[in-house]
Design a protein around this ligand. Structure first.
Ligand code: TYD
Ligand code: MG
Length: 447
């Protein structure tokens, strides 16, 4: 049988036997490559391999020795794997990857930085600033924007790790699409990924995204790569979060926390302590809750500011889902009319953390009631429960770990839902059925 070639749509993967301008799978124009690819899996050459005989050792990660990165990756980078680090311009991607490159090179492994975006002298100056010892010999820079040269280098040098800063800077001669187009980006990424896999190189592509996560870029690369890391943080402060949003070789739930300082990014070893460092328990409108970030419990401070508003309250949330604030405020308004009625509220998470955890419902309410009554929450009291529409408190997941963190940070009391399991000794639990009971505990008086 004659082997067949086909044209696979880069958007939806639909296969066509002849080239055409529009894909019949997704109706997009110009998404078929100029040249046909591969041999259809349904014709000759079909070769099945028993899964049991596949070498498992291939996906063993090699530690980077940067603890926060290894935590997020579940051990390190897997040889021959392709990762994408995406984030807004200026957030610290080049800094993070330069530190990573320096650390990996210190173990003797060869690392090549493709510096399409910055001049090698600039990179060397930054390396000098963030690394107060001699720069390891095994770290090289390659100043090019030509994908073919990067491919050639990988084939000939076979470094352990190649970092491309940034993938948007690369071109591919006259092939693969117009400069800056998604088609070119995919073409470049595919070429590099294929070479990395063949040569057993760990490849890390850096991609810029805009605030809304858009840009003709990184999003369209997500299905090409094995791992997508996102690096973000609030511009108003120096904290940065590294998360795996897709990971073929491990968990996607661990976050790495860093702080941008004068000498680069510093790991934040105890994020809870960091978030609570400037809390002033003598002020009203502040409540503390153990939330979950991935699998790690984090103590955060929720702050509320309230003031007399119009009939329909105006609610603003920073670092919290506004839908959740609406729900909590509505329930509070219905069940405890003399606390929150007629008040506008601004609720925010201190320190620039972003949380999305129903366990923070009760702390939002506690912070708002404390602000409305101008009564501070006792310094050693935390709270953690979801609020239901009838005003009932509901238990959230992983309470044991949350309570352990609460006690570790020095809290002695925590308001929780009735079904909450026992916490560590030394932490008094106040099991409350409704928001009214919770506010009673908070005030020590009946509402
Ligand atoms: P950069 O890594 O260049 O961001 P990206 O590659 O994501 O565009 O870092 C951007 C900012 O980080 C820059 O505005 C200055 C700041 N920075 C520090 O505060 N301390 C440092 O040691 C370094 C290297 C950068
Ligand atoms: Mg950069």
């Amino acid at each position: 049988m004659k082997s067949k070639e086909f044209f696979s749509c880069v958007e939806c993967g639909h296969q066509h036997h002849k080239w055409q301008g529009r894909c019949v799978g997704c109706n997009e124009w110009g998404t078929l490559p100029d040249k046909p690819v591969g041999v259809s899996p349904f014709v000759e050459g079909l070769h099945l391999v028993p899964l049991a005989s596949v070498d498992q050792a291939q996906s063993i990660p090699v530690p980077t020795t940067v603890e926060e990165i290894d935590r997020v990756l579940g051990g390190g980078f897997v040889p021959g794997s392709v990762s994408l680090l995406s984030g807004e311009p200026g957030i610290g991607k080049s800094t993070l990857t330069l530190q990573l490159a320096l650390r990996i090179a210190r173990t003797g492994a060869s690392v090549v930085l493709i510096t399409g975006e910055e001049a090698p002298a600039q990179v060397a100056a930054r390396a000098g600033r963030i690394h107060n010892r001699p720069i390891p010999e095994s770290l090289s820079v390659f100043d090019t924007t030509d994908t073919k040269m990067v491919v050639k280098m990988m084939r000939e040098q076979r470094p352990q790790m190649v970092i491309v800063d940034s993938v948007q800077m690369l071109n591919n001669g006259d092939e693969g699409g117009a400069a800056g187009s998604p088609a070119l980006l995919r073409n470049v990424a595919n070429l590099l990924a294929e070479t990395a896999k063949k040569c057993d190189v760990s490849l890390l592509l850096i991609g810029h995204v805009t605030k809304d996560g858009g840009l003709a870029g990184p999003r369209t690369l997500e299905h090409i790569v094995d791992t997508v890391l996102s690096f973000d943080g609030d511009r108003r402060n120096d904290l940065r979060f590294l998360r795996a949003v897709k990971h073929r070789f491990g968990p996607t739930s661990e976050a790495g926390v860093f702080e941008m300082v004068g000498t680069g990014l510093k790991a934040v070893k105890d994020p809870s302590a960091h978030f609570l460092a400037d809390r002033n328990p003598r002020l009203a409108g502040s409540a503390v809750v153990p939330v979950l970030d991935g699998r790690r419990p984090l103590m955060v401070e929720i702050q509320a500011l309230v003031r007399k508003g119009a009939e329909k309250p105006s609610l603003t949330a920073h670092g919290l889902p506004s839908g959740r604030l609406n729900l909590v405020h509505s329930v509070g308004h219905e069940k405890m009319p003399n606390n929150l009625s007629g008040l506008d509220a601004l609720v925010s998470v201190a320190g620039g953390a972003k949380i999305n955890d129903p366990g923070a419902d009760l702390a939002m309410l506690v912070a708002m009631v404390s602000a409305a009554r101008e009564v501070p929450v006792p310094a050693s009291l935390a709270s953690c429960a979801e609020i239901g529409l009838s005003g009932e408190l509901r238990r959230v997941s992983t309470m044991e770990r949350r309570l352990a963190e609460t006690q570790r940070l020095g809290f002695t009391d925590c308001i929780v839902a009735p079904s909450c399991p026992d916490g560590p000794t030394g932490l008094r639990l106040h099991r409350c059925e409704t928001v009214i009971d919770a506010v009673e505990v908070l005030m020590g008086v009946t509402v």
